[in-house]
Design a protein around this ligand. Structure first.
Ligand code: HAM
Length: 436
């Protein structure tokens, strides 16, 4: 039997309804903030991710699935040049949504000079070649927003309020959520800060793991996130970003916090929060569920340099993304099932001799917007009723020889077993009335 790829999941039944529910809540909540939906391709040029996410990040170096066509592989293998393959891998499956949306914004000029900001949200699969474990998949689903052209600290706070409102609407108990925030500075103050962290790591090099020593050269701030507990202990004494902000960044951060206080949003400042993507400037944030053990359920921040990195004009921006699979796991632990029950339906049952009359009935009900089911397997009337029960049908429309001869249908309430006969010409309006 064919097997699905490890670290991927099939979305169907209640799990699919949960994903759709999450998208519906996103549409509603983000809509009130003026965001419109966008869909960008799942496949982009590698350069889009390298420029945006950063060449030295784990996401780009180790986790990105490169894509190449069968024809290219064949021609290179025929020439015996497996080496050439890597150089020709110009396409990749998106590991996240931000770089692609920003690429689309640059290419389609979503934020013309002096124009209004672009407020976009998206939902879809992302791909990262990680070792699969609980809450960590190779194909997972994100809902995210990108707000391009907004520089005011109020927009950082609005974004965070919107994220926490979204989590609340999904059913999270607010006291179970832990929002952490930090400011990472900008192009003015961060280079000097990064050098300080590099120097700190090198001063403690005999106590740090090999990965951190490599990070010191490539991306020293990532050492704050090292999985090795000893490295994290050492890094607890490292210089912290909020202590090294320039005046503009410090003032921006202070205003974001003031707005969050005004909105009554509880947060914890974590001066070691650095996030795994290089495009962030100033505000960064992450949300975890206490005790859920699934890692962050969402995260984001400001990226004022990203439009330029993708070839556009200098344009500030910010956003966040949340992970569907982790949210579903964490909500389940709180007893919330996002994909509750299937929507109810009406079942049209018949005796086999009048089967042809069912065809028109189901079409008429569906035309009236009613979710309608009927038997397509030649079952007996009794097993049709059983099937209707199983499907959770609220009403059954029953057609028998006598009904068809008399031009009527019987409508049966599946809970109370009450039955009424109504003329065939009028039955859809009676069904609709009974459903309301
Ligand atoms: P991220 O923190 O890499 O940020 O991912 C956002 C969320 O996606 C995570 O908090 C987590 O819930 C989920 N996630 C990430 N990787 C996996 C995985 N392997 N398996 C399951 N879930 C996962 C971003 O992707 C940024 N683009 C967010 C952003 C938007 N920043 C600004 N705008």
């Amino acid at each position: 039997m064919a097997q699905r790829v490890q670290g991927t999941e099939d979305l169907y039944g209640g799990y699919m309804r949960a994903w759709q529910h999450m998208c519906d809540v996103a549409r509603e909540v983000f809509g009130t903030y003026g965001f419109n939906m966008i869909e960008t391709p799942a496949i982009e040029q590698v350069a889009t991710f390298v420029h945006g996410i950063g060449e030295s990040t784990d996401v780009v170096r180790k986790e990105m699935f490169r894509v190449f066509s069968g024809a290219l592989v064949e021609s290179l293998l025929a020439k015996g040049s497996e080496q050439g393959l890597k150089a020709k891998q110009r396409l990749a499956l998106r590991p996240e949504g931000t770089a692609g949306v920003v690429r689309a914004a640059v290419q389609n000029n979503f934020v013309p000079q002096g124009g209004a900001p672009a407020k976009l949200w998206y939902a879809g699969p992302m791909f990262r070649g990680e070792r699969p474990q609980k809450g960590r998949l190779r194909q997972f689903h994100q809902v995210g927003v990108e707000w391009l052209g907004a520089s005011d600290p109020a927009s950082d706070a609005e974004c965070i309020v919107m994220l926490m409102t979204f989590f609340g609407r999904l059913g999270f108990a607010s006291e179970s959520l832990r929002l952490t925030i930090n400011s990472m500075g900008d192009n003015q103050c961060r280079p000097a800060y990064r050098n300080k962290v590099r120097a700190f790591i090198l001063d403690h090099k005999d106590q740090m793991c090999d990965d951190c020593l490599e990070r010191a050269e490539l991306n020293p701030l990532r050492a704050f996130d090292c999985k090795n507990a000893h490295c994290r202990e050492v890094m607890a004494d490292a210089p912290l970003a909020p202590d090294h902000l320039c005046d503009e960044c410090a003032s921006h951060y202070a205003q974001v916090k003031r707005y969050l206080d005004e909105a009554g949003i509880a947060y914890v400042e974590d001066p070691t929060l650095v996030r795994g993507l290089d495009y962030y400037t100033r505000t960064v944030f992450e949300v975890e569920v206490e005790g859920a053990g699934v890692g962050a359920i969402g995260g984001g921040g400001r990226y004022d340099g990203l439009m330029e990195l993708e070839g556009g004009k200098p344009t500030p921006g910010l956003g966040f993304a949340v992970g569907f699979e982790r949210i579903a796991l964490a909500l389940e632990q709180q007893g919330v099932n996002m994909g509750a029950s299937e929507p109810s339906c009406v079942y049209v049952a018949c005796t086999p001799d009048v089967r042809p009359a069912v065809f028109g009935c189901v079409l008429a009900l569906r035309k009236a917007g009613v979710r309608t089911e009927s038997d397509c397997q030649g079952r007996s009337l009794k097993s049709q009723f059983k099937q209707a029960d199983k499907l959770g049908a609220r009403l059954c429309v029953v057609l028998g020889t006598d009904e068809v001869a008399a031009g009527v249908v019987t409508i049966r309430n599946m809970q109370t077993h009450e039955q009424v006969q109504v003329p065939m010409t009028d039955f859809t309006s009676v069904v609709c009335e009974k459903l309301t």
